[in-house]
Design a protein around this ligand. Structure first.
Ligand SMILES: CC(C)=CCC/C(C)=C/CC/C(C)=C/CC/C(C)=C/CC/C(C)=C/CC/C(C)=C/CC/C(C)=C/COP(=O)(O)OP(=O)(O)O
Ligand code: 1GP
Ligand code: MG
Length: 226
């Protein structure tokens, strides 16, 4: 079973975006703790399977962050299952997950399942619209964090600013609430300085979009966490 408590840095690969072989090699050999495969739109069985096959050539944990039923497949080291705390629609909190357990229940190795309590904080992010989120106040976010830790005993609480830089002060406040639950921060990390700053508070930083804009800058964020 993967232990996210030991992680500092992960890359998130979007199966809907092309990635040259030498770029994938550099990411896999960068020293990052794991690769998460996931995205909000354009995630298909074929593009997820393609990335999985390519990553399997490397000695790095590879996790599927499940966002659609159509791209669920065996072969990953672990599966991250989002529940979106600040969704207005219970479909993204319990219903889709319920449907998946009904469908795959007999095949699920529960030791591989890791539930992520998501809080989506960028109104412009695709996931914000897709999961019908509402923007929480700081007090709301802190309360979600307390629920993740004390009520649901979730392994991960994820502050998701996908595509934009977040608020370090809020990350700091949330970090204070969490002991057993691991805090993931993702959003807009493009430099060593940004990686360092968020890593001061978050247990794990997630680096996504910059991979596709400036690979060398993405790779430097790993060094910041070593
Ligand atoms: C043998 C076998 C088949 C084994 C498999 C076992 C298995 C995995 C069973 C399934 C178990 C289960 C309970 C699955 C849940 C299924 C599911 C579809 C859940 C829905 C999750 C959910 C609420 C998704 C909403 C969207 C979300 C939170 C997505 C996360 C990804 C994300 C935030 C990406 C970031 O955005 P991005 O796309 O990068 O944005 P840009 O493109 O703008 O950059
Ligand atoms: O793509 P960025 O903005 O780096 O965010 C990373 C990750 O949190 C997206 O789910
Ligand atoms: Mg992305």
């Amino acid at each position: 079973m993967l232990n996210v408590k030991n992680w500092n840095h992960v890359f998130k690969l979007d199966p809907n975006k092309p990635l040259q072989e030498e770029c994938l090699t550099a990411l896999c050999e960068s020293g990052t703790d794991a690769l998460i495969i996931g995205g909000t739109d354009g995630v298909t069985f074929d593009n997820v399977f393609d990335l999985l096959e390519r990553v399997q050539a490397f000695n790095i944990p590879c996790i599927l962050e499940v966002s659609t039923m159509e791209a669920i497949m065996p072969g990953f080291d672990s599966y991250f299952i989002p529940i979106v705390f600040n969704s207005m629609n219970k479909r993204y909190i319990v219903d889709i997950q319920h449907q998946a357990v009904k469908e795959y229940g007999d095949w699920i190795n529960w030791d591989q399942m890791v539930v992520e309590g998501y809080c989506v904080l960028n109104e412009q992010a695709k996931v914000f619209e897709a999961a019908q989120c509402q923007l929480p106040s700081k007090e709301d976010v802190v309360a979600y964090a307390k629920m993740a830790e004390h009520m649901f005993h979730l392994p991960i609480f994820y502050l998701e600013y996908s595509g934009t830089w977040g608020e370090p002060e809020l990350v700091r406040e949330v970090a204070k609430q969490l002991d057993q639950t691991t805090l993931f921060y993702g959003g807009g990390i493009e430099s060593i300085e940004q990686a360092n700053l968020m890593k001061k508070y978050a247990d794990v930083i997630v680096v996504g979009n910059i991979i596709y804009k400036d690979l060398q800058a993405a790779l430097r964020t790993v060094e910041a966490c070593m």
